[in-house]
Design a protein around this ligand. Structure first.
Ligand code: ATP
Ligand code: MG
Ligand code: MG
Length: 426
């Protein structure tokens, strides 16, 4: 992908925007871009530099993302609404062409990594409440104030928010600015590897310190095994697929496991598809497992399996909803029954939480009462982000003992447990 039209190769110390930003290390990458930690010499701040691939379709996608991110930044001058902030954007010309670059506020690890670091055990419910609150505040802002649908909400696209300022506390954050390209080796690749290794080692040391002090998440810091006492804050990122509710352009949206039923059925969609993905995300935080992991099988498609999984958890889809989409006829007969997957094993959410994930009856009931309304098959009946924030579940608080018990119970879980259903192909 590092060829004409593709990614821009970056070396530590490379300068951007006339020397204003200096590349420090790679933070991540996606299908469209590489993302680098950069030092902003004008403000003495760290930023995330998203460098888009150069071909025309990627440039177009970046322009759209910049448009959405600009609306988000303009509507939130105090940067308090749990959505990533665009700080600048510019073009950068390199050997592979011209790349649009976005300068974003520098955030921490994604919730996916948090789930991984926690060894797929699931987090305590008190922490999940804090994280859910942040996500809902972000969604409420996007939906109600801006009319924007994210269209790709999932743990990978929610980043933890550092409360450590690396420029004020380089030791704890494990970051010291690199202001010029490391000297000596004309072979940049090798130099970069050495520098990266060094940075990683430094980061690891800093992590240990952080764990000892039970301090907050930050910078390159990884989360500690016991997540006790961490201030959980996060922000929604990756607006490459977002759209305005009144200006939709794509039908195939959302990442498979977080996709709402109306998107599968092509029955039109709105803000409530983000709510569906939100509820899937909350479940995953609590259990370490994705809620729906559909597969195609003999005689049925991934889509049909996905609908079957939903109905096994949530009950039968109302006929009106089932037959209401452009693709309904591919999956449902006229009675609203699946054509190729006939025998469904109903396993409701609260029972699943108790039986498979060893939740206490109480925790399971309360969590299910919060999530189930969001999993309404009828999109217009799902509560909005604003309504979810009012839910009494947010006023509950588990005792420290319960919290520890939850995480301990999770520990007994097998990671690769099978699907929650029995399915008969026809
Ligand atoms: P995708 O294929 O998911 O659409 P993309 O090319 O649009 O990818 P992003 O998802 O925006 O790129 O970013 C890629 C990765 O870079 C993220 O998963 C994350 O690890 C990292 N990243 C993105 N933005 C930031 C940020 N503001 N702060 C820190 N890391 C970030
Ligand atoms: Mg992404
Ligand atoms: Mg993207």
């Amino acid at each position: 992908s590092y060829r004409k039209g593709g990614y821009h190769a970056v070396r530590v110390g490379d300068q951007f925007a006339g020397g204003r930003y200096i590349a420090q290390r790679k933070l991540g990458w996606g299908q469209f871009s590489t993302v680098w930690l950069a030092y902003d010499t004008r403000t003495s701040q760290y930023v995330a530099l998203k460098i888009q691939k150069s071909a025309a379709q990627f440039a177009e996608a970046a322009l759209h993302e910049i448009e959405v991110l600009s609306a988000i930044a303009n509507g939130d001058p105090s940067n308090s609404k749990c959505v990533v902030r665009l700080m600048d954007h510019f073009k950068h010309t390199g050997p592979n062409g011209q790349h649009l670059c976005m300068v974003l506020e520098f955030l921490g690890d994604s919730l996916l990594r948090l789930i991984r670091y926690n060894r797929y055990k699931g987090l305590g419910l008190n922490k999940i409440r804090e994280i859910c609150k942040c996500i809902l505040m972000g969604l409420d802002y996007l939906h109600r104030e801006l009319g924007i649908i994210h269209c790709d909400l999932k743990p990978e696209n929610i980043l933890l928010f550092s409360t450590i300022d690396p420029t004020k506390d380089p030791v704890r954050s494990g970051l010291t600015p690199i202001l010029e390209r490391p000297e000596g080796n004309p072979n940049g690749g090798v130099t970069m590897n050495i520098i990266e290794k060094k940075l990683k080692r430094r980061a690891r040391r800093a992590v240990l310190k952080i764990s000892e002090r039970r301090a907050s998440m930050g910078g390159t810091a990884k989360c500690e095994r016991t997540l006790d006492g961490i201030d959980m804050r996060c922000k929604v990122v990756d607006f490459g697929n977002a759209c305005w509710a009144d200006k939709q352009f794509a039908e195939e949206i959302q990442t498979r496991q977080y996709r709402a039923p109306e998107v599968i059925l092509q029955a039109g969609y709105s803000f409530s598809i983000d709510m569906w993905s939100f509820a899937c995300t909350a479940f995953e935080l609590a259990t370490g497992d994705m809620l729906f992991t559909p597969n195609s099988g003999q005689g049925f498609s991934e889509d049909e399996d996905h609908l079957a999984l939903m109905m096994e958890l949530l009950g039968k889809m109302p006929r009106k909803v089932a037959i209401g989409g452009a693709k309904s006829k591919d999956f449902f007969d006229r009675h609203g029954d699946l054509k190729r997957i006939r025998r469904l094993k109903f396993w409701p959410l609260d029972r699943l939480l108790v039986e498979k994930y060893k939740f206490s009856e109480n925790d399971a009931r309360e969590f299910a009462e919060f999530l189930c309304p969001i999993f309404d098959f009828a999109p217009e009946k799902r509560p909005t982000a604003q309504q979810c924030l009012q839910h009494p579940w947010f006023n509950l608080r588990n005792s420290t003992q319960d919290e520890m018990k939850n995480e301990a119970n999770m520990g007994k879980l097998n990671v690769g447990m099978g699907n929650l259903k029995i399915k008969v192909g026809k």
